[in-house]
Design a protein around this ligand. Structure first.
Ligand SMILES: [Zn+2]
Length: 401
């Protein structure tokens, strides 16, 4: 139905995720896309071929990645929703956002759920290519997979869904005017008042911890920000409880640094949910390659997110109310405790901290809020936990087991 509007008319099924004649594609041994693989792994691998290598904004590789994303969204059956077809130029990074929509059905079809994942990465430097398989090939792969799933859900989808592949998320553009999500909020293609939820996907493809880490922890994905809009937490929890193959764990946004595209929306008072598996030892390294990802977990994440978007699209409250000071301290402490208790290899010192967290949990459940100092300490625990899960247990507190 949208074939005639696809980029350069190129929307044949065979061309999806295959190298483009006009890109500088050279197969990179094991990364060569295999047509037998599923869309998620094929997308990640295609974004990590030499044609797209590094995906730096404003480079031929960034443009090749953009064409790939446009083709994927087009073939999924979405409508273009940029300022020029699927594209919204972002002059500040000499790149462009890619924006598609899936129409909603019924009386709230003018309301919008926005799903965003940045497709740029660090490019190349010092003779090294920064492939960015997890950051953020994983998020883009799920964005394309979600597009296909949501088109297939038809009239179940009751709000419009805007699918945004943002450019310019990485340094030096992060949080500046050249950041694609910042540009979108400054020059929105739809009135911002119509957006009831921004869902941000960034680094969602790896299993947490090492091979020795229990599966229950390996399969975790963090969800940040549910506490910042009225009624979102219970909806999220309900969908998360049904999820298979991925374990959604919530954290309040005040204990997590502003790490990705959701931040521009948060600043604009738009409800948001930020999903991530956190940073690991491959973060912003040339070793962030497709074979490091857990595709079973990624598939489960995409299935869960499709259900979540459908449920969020059906919620009766419109507009969804943003809560600038929303907090659920008990939920944050519960997530931290569960992760620490679930880590048999965690260091002695780290475990001692978990006893402190358990005491805090009891007090918070008893009715008091965390103080500012305690919030800072809990934020430190989150970063320490991320390091423990990502880098193994000779990690930052240095005292081994
Ligand atoms: Zn990222």
């Amino acid at each position: 139905m949208t074939t005639q509007r696809c980029h350069e008319g190129a929307c044949g099924r065979i061309k999806l995720l295959s190298p483009r004649a006009d890109s500088v594609y050279v197969p990179f041994s094991s990364f060569e896309p295999d047509p037998g693989r599923d869309l998620l792994s094929a997308t990640v691998e295609s974004l990590c071929t030499l044609g797209c290598a590094g995906r730096a904004p404003g480079t031929p590789q960034g443009q090749a990645a953009r064409r790939l994303v446009i083709d994927g969204l087009c073939q999924a059956g979405t409508e273009p929703a940029g300022t020029d077809g699927y594209v919204q130029a972002v002059p500040g990074c000499q790149g462009a956002n890619v924006i598609a929509q899936v129409g909603g059905h019924g009386p709230r079809s003018e309301r919008i759920i926005l799903v965003g994942a940045h497709y740029d990465h660090l490019g190349q430097s010092g003779g090294q290519i920064y492939w960015g398989a997890d950051d953020n090939g994983s998020g883009v792969a799920v964005l394309l997979d979600l597009a296909r799933r949501l088109v297939g859900r038809g009239s179940e989808v009751r709000r419009g869904v805007l699918l945004c592949a943002f450019d310019g998320e990485e340094p030096p553009f992060f949080l500046g005017p050249g950041m694609g999500s910042v540009h979108f909020v400054q020059y929105p293609t739809v009135p911002l008042e119509r957006i009831d939820m921004m869902i941000c996907l960034d680094i969602i493809g790896h299993a947490l911890g090492s091979d020795e880490t229990p599966e229950e922890i390996r399969r975790s994905i963090l969800c940040v920000g549910a506490e910042r809009s009225a009624g979102t937490g219970p909806l999220l929890d309900r969908v998360a409880a049904e999820a298979r193959g991925v374990r959604v764990r919530r954290l309040d946004s005040h204990v997590v640094p502003p790490l990705s595209d959701h931040f521009a929306f948060e600043r604009a008072g738009i409800p948001f949910l930020f999903f991530t598996c956190g940073r690991n030892e491959h973060y912003h390294m040339p070793t962030d390659i497709p074979e490091k990802l857990d595709y079973g977990k990624l598939r489960a994440t995409s299935e869960f997110l499709a259900d979540l978007v459908v449920v969020l699209s059906q919620r009766p409250d419109a507009p969804v109310r943003f809560l600038p000071k929303g907090r659920e301290d008990a939920v944050t402490l519960k997530t931290l405790n569960q992760l620490i208790v679930g880590l048999p290899q965690a260091s002695v010192r780290f475990r001692e901290k978990s006893r402190w967290l358990q005491r805090l949990s009891r007090e918070v459940i008893g009715g008091r809020l965390l103080s500012r100092d305690e919030q800072v300490l809990v934020g430190g625990m989150v970063l320490e936990l991320e390091a423990n899960l990502g880098w193994g247990f000779a990690g930052p507190d240095g005292d081994g087991r």
